[in-house]
Design a protein around this ligand. Structure first.
Ligand code: FES
Length: 319
């Protein structure tokens, strides 16, 4: 794994938002301001035990002095969330990457529908602040297991959010349920921003299949192999634009693997198409995109080297 540039932060405060979600208030270790970010951005967090995980920034992007992330403890996870919950204390130093954003709000003033499932609400929390500041019409629909599982209760309880927000509790009776067909029935020029667990995303995607693709913006937590691609896995070639070199990518290797074998280092983090660290421009060929971070528009000239393959016999990449 190649390391992108890192920032040192100190954990200023940890808040138990719910029984299994903690928020972490991170400040620059040198006391300076942190790099600016836009709503939808995430950082890689280098957690104790060697885990690297991506967490969305959920505070107001106008706050230049801190990043706030929220971490749900996943008892059956791969260890990253357990390390964040079990080993990180207030006052600890952590390393993180600079913010990256593959889930940014579109420019303009089109109305917005934000739909979040569980911990998937985190990037939407930053979006809410930006939309309020810009005076853009928006609705926020949050789906959680029950009222006790709703994080950020104080922020969500602000009076200025009351007319924008709808809550769905799995364990409640009507009217504390949201009908997805009704919520997503009318497009009305709106942009949909969606983040949540796989099953929830699938349900929302199936009810929003009639939405124009460039008005649907999705953020995945982790790679879902099932959704990645139906394309056949076969050999293809990458042509390096700067040198003209042609490298063969066998069916059992990624572009990234082949670049490494040839001594070409590319910054990476998740290596499963989620974080966007390895995204690179291409100019020729038809990629079989297997990432979870690029929008349809970005996919026209960018691909993720860690997971993308090719429908064409070759791809010309900007390296
Ligand atoms: S390294 Fe994360 S998308 Fe490729």
């Amino acid at each position: 794994m190649t390391t992108p540039s890192r920032l040192q932060v100190v954990v200023q405060e940890i808040i138990d938002e719910t029984q299994d979600i903690r928020s972490f208030d991170l400040r620059a270790a040198d006391g300076q301001s942190l790099p600016a970010f836009d709503a939808g951005a995430h950082v890689d967090v280098y957690a104790p035990g060697g885990y690297v995980r991506q967490y969305s920034l959920c505070n107001d992007p106008t706050e230049t002095g801190r990043y706030v992330i929220a971490v749900k403890r996943e008892p059956n996870g791969r260890g990253g969330s357990a390390a964040m919950h079990g080993s990180v204390k207030a006052g600890d130093l952590l390393e993180i990457s600079a913010p990256r954003n593959h889930f940014a709000l579109e420019p303009g003033s089109a109305p917005v529908l934000l739909v979040g499932g569980g911990i998937g609400m985190t990037p939407l929390m930053a979006m809410v602040e930006t939309l309020l500041a810009r005076g853009i019409d928006f609705d926020l629909a949050l789906f959680v297991r029950g009222r006790a599982f709703l994080p950020f209760a104080e922020r969500l309880g602000r009076p200025q959010l009351a007319s924008h927000m709808r809550l769905h509790f799995d364990d409640a009776d009507e009217p504390e349920k949201i009908d997805l067909a009704q919520l997503l029935g009318e497009v009305d020029g709106r942009h949909l921003y969606l983040c949540g667990p796989d099953g929830f995303m699938k349900a929302v995607r199936s009810h929003s299949a009639h939405w124009p693709t460039d008005q649907v913006h999705v953020e995945h937590f982790a790679a879902s192999r099932e959704e990645a691609s139906e394309g056949e896995i076969r050999q293809f070639a990458v042509i390096l634009a700067q040198s003209g070199k042609e490298l063969v990518v066998p069916a059992d290797k990624s572009i990234l693997d082949v670049l490494r074998v040839h001594g070409i280092e590319v910054p990476t983090s998740c290596e499963e198409g989620v974080c966007g660290t390895c995204v690179t421009n291409y100019s020729d060929g038809e990629p079989d995109h297997r990432d979870f971070c690029l929008s349809p528009r970005e996919r026209k000239n960018k691909l993720a080297l860690c997971c993308s393959r090719a429908f064409s016999s070759s791809l010309r990449i900007d390296l």
